[in-house]
Design a protein around this ligand. Structure first.
Ligand SMILES: C[S@@+](CC[C@H](N)C(=O)[O-])C[C@H]1O[C@@H](n2cnc3c(N)ncnc32)[C@H](O)[C@@H]1O
Length: 223
């Protein structure tokens, strides 16, 4: 509730419309991906992607940081694990590095939810290999990553395109078992880049997909 009021005040005092009308500023509206103004723009697409694939979020699931999307979209989840490399994360049931998950046996999970994590990992190929290893045969990886975005608190190594996602995961998953999509367009990309929130914009603008101007890239990969 308090964060909603704070976001409303942010939008009232720094209206998004003025950002374009006045001489555009070199400063963004938010240094928090728009979290301080409402729901971030890219979260709209992440949730749209997970909604479209919610039937696959089932059985034994693993998500990074917390179980937010497993709980929100999962159907018939039998066990929900949370992975984080951050030893301070009390929500994590597994503290470890996705590049080398020593404590996780091969063929363990029905579903991995990897939203906006891979860009933070230096050796992406090692992480993709581990994703494949810990999935059961027939298990599914639901992946999202940014094609563009600011570098704020976390160390960002990579942004991705459909081509790089296919290259990275195509080494481990058969191409017939891979489905890659993009979300976003040139206008929505500017909304996201300057730190607007979903509450600042016309949601219909986020619904337009222009593959030449992708904002996030998604992957469904079946082992
Ligand atoms: C930006 S959050 C993204 C995940 C979150 N579920 C989301 O949708 O926003 C990035 C998380 O990945 C974790 N992380 C970064 N590198 C990692 C690695 N090599 N292995 C496991 N977790 C990692 C970070 O500690 C952080 O909790």
């Amino acid at each position: 509730m308090i964060s909603k009021i704070r976001a409303l005040i942010m939008r009232l005092f720094r209206p998004a419309g003025l950002y374009w009308l006045a001489r555009p500023s070199a400063k963004p509206l938010s240094h928090k991906f728009g979290f301080d103004r409402g729901n971030p723009i890219d979260r709209y697409w992440i949730e749209k992607f997970l909604t479209a694939n919610k039937k696959l979020i089932t059985g034994r699931c693993l998500e990074v940081t917390d179980s937010f999307y497993t709980i929100k979209f999962g159907l018939k989840v039998t066990k929900s694990d949370v992975l984080d490399i951050n030893p301070k994360n009390k929500l994590a049931t597994i503290h470890g590095d996705l590049k080398h998950l020593t404590t996780v046996k091969s063929n363990t999970y029905d579903c991995l939810i990897l939203t906006h994590v891979l860009g933070l990992i230096d050796d992406v190929q090692a992480a993709a290999c581990e994703c494949h290893r810990i999935l059961k045969p027939g298990g599914v990886l639901l992946f999202t990553s940014s094609c563009l975005g600011p570098i704020l608190k976390e160390k960002v190594y990579w942004r991705f395109t459909p081509y790089s996602v296919k290259y990275i995961f195509g080494k481990y998953f058969r191409s017939k078992n891979i489905d890659i999509k993009t979300y976003g367009n040139v206008l929505a990309g500017q909304y996201f880049w300057v730190g607007m929130s979903q509450q600042d914009v016309n949601i219909a603008d986020l619904e337009i997909t222009d593959v030449r101007y992708p904002c996030i890239v998604t992957l469904v990969a079946i082992k």
